[in-house]
Ligand binder design. Structure first.
Ligand code: ADP
Length: 214
């Protein structure tokens, strides 16, 4: 009788929990250019076992391989403008579809306008998934310009070396991208996080918000 009871308890713990297995966690890491999204997204991906999808990195990969898509993207990125939505969304969808079995995605640099947000919701909805949380890193404009110019010394990115291009990226963020925060805030998914501090401090603030959204 005791051995049966012990076996029953062992069975319960051995069974994979169907909720944790099926429920993915999908995070949008949001914020102006240079707010630290890429660095933090890498750490989050590692801790929560998520696939980090950076549209900027995907474009730079295409540019590095001199593909047609890369050539097209480059002509916009060099000016600090957004790459057209259909191109960006198609590329993002291909990446998501190529990794269906991950524990979730962390989106970095996407969505960058409300149209892209609606497209992302549709892509996830078809997979029975949703965006769990949008986490915005708050950093003021002057700090951003300083950080990006500093990054430009080593990043080799043309769009990081010219203050006019940097200011154009910031104004596109303020005009076109920032409404994405309100779009997800309507369903209570948006959280704003202080993006000033050490990498570790900001990371732990993000983790608190992710744990609350799980
Ligand atoms: P940052 O966050 O510093 O702006 P990114 O690597 O995210 O750097 O983006 C670099 C550039 O790539 C953008 O200025 C834009 O031209 C292009 N890009 C990246 N993501 C998108 C997107 N979702 N929609 C349109 N263009 C994008």
């Amino acid at each position: 009788m005791w051995s049966k009871l012990i076996q029953w308890v062992l069975d319960i713990f051995a069974k994979p929990n169907s909720k944790s297995r099926n429920s993915m966690i999908n995070i949008i890491l949001f914020g102006p250019p240079g707010s630290g999204k890429g660095t933090q997204a890498n750490s989050i991906a590692e801790k929560y076992n998520l696939l980090h999808i950076s549209t900027g990195d995907l474009f730079r990969y295409e540019i590095g391989n001199s593909t047609e898509l890369g050539q097209l993207a480059k002509s916009y990125m060099n000016k600090g403008e957004l790459v057209p939505d259909d191109v960006t969304i198609g590329m993002l969808k291909n990446k998501v579809d190529a990794y269906p079995d991950v524990a979730g995605y962390i989106f970095d640099g996407f969505p960058r306008n409300v149209y892209q947000s609606e497209a992302l919701d549709r892509i996830l909805d078809k997979k029975g998934q949703t965006v769990n949380a949008l986490l915005q890193l708050d950093v003021d404009d002057e700090e951003i310009v300083k950080r990006i110019l500093n990054r430009g010394k080593t990043s080799g990115r043309g769009d990081d070396n010219d203050e006019i291009i940097i200011r154009n990226r910031i104004s596109i963020f303020n005009d076109e991208t920032s409404p994405v925060y309100n779009y997800y805030d309507k369903s209570g998914k948006s959280t704003s996080i202080n993006g000033i501090g050490s990498l570790e401090e900001i990371f732990s603030r993000l983790c608190v918000a992710i744990d609350a959204a799980k």
